[in-house]
Design a protein around this ligand. Structure first.
Ligand code: HEC
Ligand code: HEC
Ligand code: HEC
Ligand code: HEC
Length: 269
């Protein structure tokens, strides 16, 4: 009874508190001190349910403190996350901050659907087709903050979702040129046939012929059809230390390969 009365008084106080005048109720303040008060409500930065008195309900889908840094702007953690996303070229496969290929789930909409902890877990324990980057925990926190920052800047809402390219995640048989000629050493997500190849000796070639693949042809040069042709003819002419041996392709096979590696859906297209 005492507890009930006390909480009732606090609730009434919160309802009438001039500091919250006109704003929604924030029962979060029942259990927490206020912070960043001038920068919006608790739920604007942390989500959760401001009308709940029970912790588990109040914390439903909450953004915990370590994942909330992105709400403060372009802080060091977010910068580090963006650096990692560029370095590991997540946008070969995902849209983030409206930029990137749509070969896998757009990360911009993911933030509406998942909690930061779920997103962190998807990076720690990757699904089929998603590379395992073996990030340290600190890097995962940085990347998740960058994903939220990207989605926030993209202004994605439930009514404004980009199209998702669905693909069959089953590796394809021998019928395509990638699986036959590249797949023992490489993998690639493709718009046409989904995930191809099973090798990890060479880099993952998803989005190779798009602007989101690292510019690794020669220092700072992006991959093009022409450069790929030169590479396949003799990798050592491009990089003297290359381990990959020349791959002979018939003209028709090269066309088929280019067609598989091209990305038509990216950057909101
Ligand atoms: C009934 C009390 C209660 C209410 C109501 C409540 N919290 Fe909490 N909250 C706690 C306690 C206790 C902890 C620490 C234990 C834990 O994290 O589980 C905590 C932890 C947190 C953390 C830190 C978690 C982390 O790992 O960084 C955040 C952020 C937070 N609460 C935000 C909120 C927000 C936002 C609301 C309102 C939508 C809210 N809380 C409502 C009791 C409450
Ligand atoms: C402008 C965004 C913002 C607002 C508004 C905000 N928080 Fe936070 N909160 C953060 C950030 C960022 C952190 C991570 C630690 C830090 O930077 O202070 C955090 C951390 C926390 C923590 C974890 C404890 C800690 O200090 O690490 C709790 C609990 C919490 N917030 C509760 C709340 C509650 C309750 C409200 C509403 C009164 C609120 N926050 C409003 C951004 C915000
Ligand atoms: C080679 C392509 C590829 C690259 C590169 C890639 N991913 Fe993924 N990712 C996938 C696939 C495939 C999945 C699982 C299927 C899906 O969600 O579309 C996935 C799933 C995810 C998920 C879970 C999505 C969900 O629906 O729950 C997250 C989060 C994610 N990736 C983040 C990242 C981040 C961060 C990076 C860069 C550090 C990255 N990915 C790089 C292909 C990729
Ligand atoms: C026997 C293994 C093997 C096969 C088969 C193979 N590659 Fe490679 N590939 C590699 C290795 C290893 C590298 C790493 C770079 C090096 O050679 O040092 C590489 C690198 C590459 C690169 C450079 C990517 C980058 O970011 O640096 C491209 C492009 C490439 N391969 C395309 C292909 C294509 C297309 C096929 C099929 C037509 C193919 N490879 C077949 C092993 C192979």
């Amino acid at each position: 009874m005492v507890v009930y009365t006390a909480s009732l008084i606090i609730s009434l106080f919160l309802l009438c508190s001039p500091a919250l005048g006109g704003q929604q109720r924030q029962l979060c303040l029942k259990c927490h001190p206020s912070h960043y008060a001038g920068r919006g409500s608790c739920v604007a930065c942390h989500r959760g349910n401001p009308n709940a008195e029970r912790m588990n309900v109040a914390h439903y889908r909450m953004i915990a403190g370590r994942f909330a840094a992105f709400t403060l702007g372009d802080v060091p953690v977010v910068k580090e996350g963006n650096r990692l996303m560029d370095h590991y070229a997540c946008r070969r496969c995902h849209v983030s901050g409206r930029r990137g290929n749509r070969l896998a789930t757009p990360l911009d909409t993911l933030i509406d659907e998942k909690t930061p902890e779920e997103i962190a877990e998807a990076i720690r324990v990757p699904a089929q087709g998603m590379p395992n980057f073996r990030f340290a925990e600190k890097s995962i926190v940085a990347v998740v903050n960058a994903i939220f920052a990207g989605g926030k800047n993209a202004g994605v809402t439930q009514g404004n979702r980009p199209l998702l390219v669905h693909f069959d995640a089953e590796p394809k048989g021998q019928e395509n040129v990638f699986t036959r000629k590249c797949g023992t050493c490489h993998r690639a997500l493709t718009e046409k046939l989904g995930l191809l190849g099973s090798g990890d000796i060479g880099p993952n070639l998803s989005g190779l012929l798009s602007s989101h693949y690292p510019k690794t042809f020669k220092a700072g040069e992006a991959w093009t059809e022409d450069r790929l042709k030169r590479w396949l003819e003799n990798p050592r002419k491009v990089r003297p230390q290359a381990q990959m041996l020349p791959v002979q392709l018939k003209a028709g096979e090269f066309r088929e390969l280019v067609d598989l590696l091209l990305v038509k859906h990216g950057d909101g297209k």
